[in-house]
Design a protein around this ligand. Structure first.
Ligand code: NAG
Ligand code: NAG
Length: 347
């Protein structure tokens, strides 16, 4: 039964709960008792304190500081000052009545230089305090392991997501998180909307590392027709690696769940013709299924393969896809959070 396959979780942004004009009010009573209402953030967007607590420099710090990359010259140096004001932020969440909060861990607070340096105790202490304070207020932490920010060192050393080296770094970081926070964090999300990130970072050049080529954009470096798929492949295998480590070494004793969050779009054919129906299938394939097909079925959508040919990396070995099939809870919202369904594996 469908209900057994999934972890029933959906995070709704608070403003989405406001009734639409003319619609009848939505009440909590209409949701199951264990339904989670939440707020959601990402580290670089809110934390600030970019030089404090022995944090390393991230790709976003370097990108935002480069003159001309951000139109109004702003950056995340201070952002919402969440690093100093997290207790106030938790109070605000508590006053909203939410019972879950999704945040991301700044890779550079935990591992300022990726796997080439030490674990930073100040960073660990910050997230320990945050997690403990959330739990005391009855707010379930949902942790995004990587939300677009990576240690700048990984970018300069080997080109970040374009190199298979990053799979080792992501695995190292993810395992550090499971080890240090997994006793209290029961919901892990490896990546936030990697399909959107790849478009912005490697196709349009709007996000660091700001790589692209014409006709998609006008960047000094990059190749929009191939790099998003190389970087994406490394992200998919990084996800796989982290999920596999979690299952083998942590899930048994910690009893949590791990998944991924995708940006999901939906398309409808304009006319009821074969041509338009096939166009919809192509557009859909390049959206969520770009990641979900390899993760769930073990290979990329056929439509992507037909269009990209050898530009799309091969999913090679059985081992690479073993052990990380996931089930998913598909909402109508733009942002879907996908968690593994343990029962799916025994089907
Ligand atoms: C991008 O890579 C493809 C495949 O290697 C190549 O055919 C194309 O010329 C490259 N484009 C640019 C702008 O470098
Ligand atoms: C689309 O066309 C097919 C074949 O002509 C027809 O069976 C189907 O009912 C049509 N669907 C819609 C939504 O009009």
């Amino acid at each position: 039964m469908a209900g057994e396959l999934v972890v029933w979780v959906a995070l709704l942004l608070a403003h989405e709960l406001l009734p639409c004009p003319g619609a009848s009010a939505v009440g909590r009573g209409q949701f199951p008792d264990d339904f989670l209402f939440g707020t959601s953030t990402s580290a670089y967007q809110i934390e600030g304190a970019y030089l404090e607590g022995n944090r390393g420099l991230s790709n976003w710090d370097v990108f935002a500081h480069k003159p001309g990359t951000i139109e109004d010259g702003s950056n995340g140096d201070t952002a919402d000052d969440h690093y100093h004001r997290y207790m106030e932020d938790i109070e605000l969440m508590h006053s909203l009545g939410v019972n879950s909060y999704r945040f991301s861990i700044a890779w550079t607070r935990i591992l300022p230089r990726g796997r080439f340096g030490h674990v930073n105790p100040d960073g660990v202490a910050f997230y320990n305090e945050l997690i403990d304070a959330l739990l005391q207020k009855g707010i379930q932490p949902f942790v995004t392991i990587s939300y677009y920010d990576i240690p700048q060192e990984l970018e300069t050393r080997y080109g970040g997501w374009l190199s298979p080296e990053i799979r080792k770094d992501f695995g190292y970081f993810a395992e550090a998180c499971f080890m240090m926070f997994g006793d209290r964090v029961k919901f892990w999300i490896t990546f936030n909307q990697p399909n959107l990130f790849l478009k912005f970072a490697y196709m349009d050049g709007w996000y660091p590392p700001g790589r692209c080529s014409t006709p998609f954009g006008n960047c000094a470096f990059g190749n929009s027709s191939i790099e998003p798929y190389i970087a994406g492949h490394n992200m998919i295998l990084s996800h796989a690696n982290a999920v596999s480590v979690y299952r083998k070494k942590y899930q048994g004793k910690q009893g949590g769940h791990i998944g991924i969050s995708m940006c999901s779009r939906w398309y409808e054919p304009f006319r009821n013709t074969t041509e338009d129906i096939l166009a919809v299938e192509r557009a859909l394939a390049f959206s969520g299924p770009w990641f979900l097909d390899p993760i769930i079925f073990g290979d990329y959508p056929i439509e992507m393969r037909e269009i990209l040919g050898t530009k799309l990396p091969e999913v090679t070995t059985e081992e690479e896809i073993e052990g990380y099939k996931i089930g998913f809870y598909w909402t109508q919202s733009l942002y879907n959070i996908i968690f593994e369904g343990l029962h799916l594996l025994s089907m």
